[in-house]
Design a protein around this ligand. Structure first.
Ligand SMILES: [Zn+2]
Length: 147
């Protein structure tokens, strides 16, 4: 549930949140443990046990696009470290005194701790397309772009 604290291209990075949540819902897997987000193309890596089928790829992108099409508002919520640690895995964060945790919510679809930049509504994301999926060493890599 923890995203890297980088200043990503906001539409791509927000699509990544939706992709992660959709992966969790479809396959009951963890959010991507490694990713590379760029304006033209991005990739997310998941700990996984197999390559997903072309039918699953189609369903995954369809679900992501259906979520984007709901025009969900993207909002932030600031909560205390103690409150956040009860809900989220904060092991990748460095704790400091009186730290406030920023939670990004995409409608009621997704919530995660993140300090990156996001769009304010999913209608700014565009069409999500999976360009390729590969599987190696227990890692499923999904490459995608926006149009
Ligand atoms: Zn984020």
């Amino acid at each position: 549930m923890l995203e890297n604290a980088k200043n990503y291209f906001a539409p791509m990075h927000t699509a990544e949140h939706i992709l992660n949540q959709t992966m969790q819902r479809m396959f009951n897997c963890e959010r991507s443990f490694n990713n590379h987000i760029e304006k033209k193309k991005s990739k997310c890596d998941y700990h996984f046990d197999r390559l997903i089928t072309s039918q699953e790829i189609a369903e995954l992108s369809s679900r992501v696009n259906q979520t984007i099409a709901l025009n969900l508002s993207v909002s932030e919520e600031l909560i205390s470290y103690d409150e956040a640690s009860a809900i989220y895995d904060l092991s990748k964060l460095q704790q400091s005194d009186n730290q406030t945790i920023r939670v990004i919510k995409i409608g009621d679809y997704d919530r995660c701790v993140c300090s990156g930049e996001h769009v304010t509504n999913t209608n700014e994301i565009g069409l999500f397309t999976i360009t390729s999926v590969t599987y190696e060493n227990n890692v499923l890599r999904i490459r995608f772009k926006l149009a």
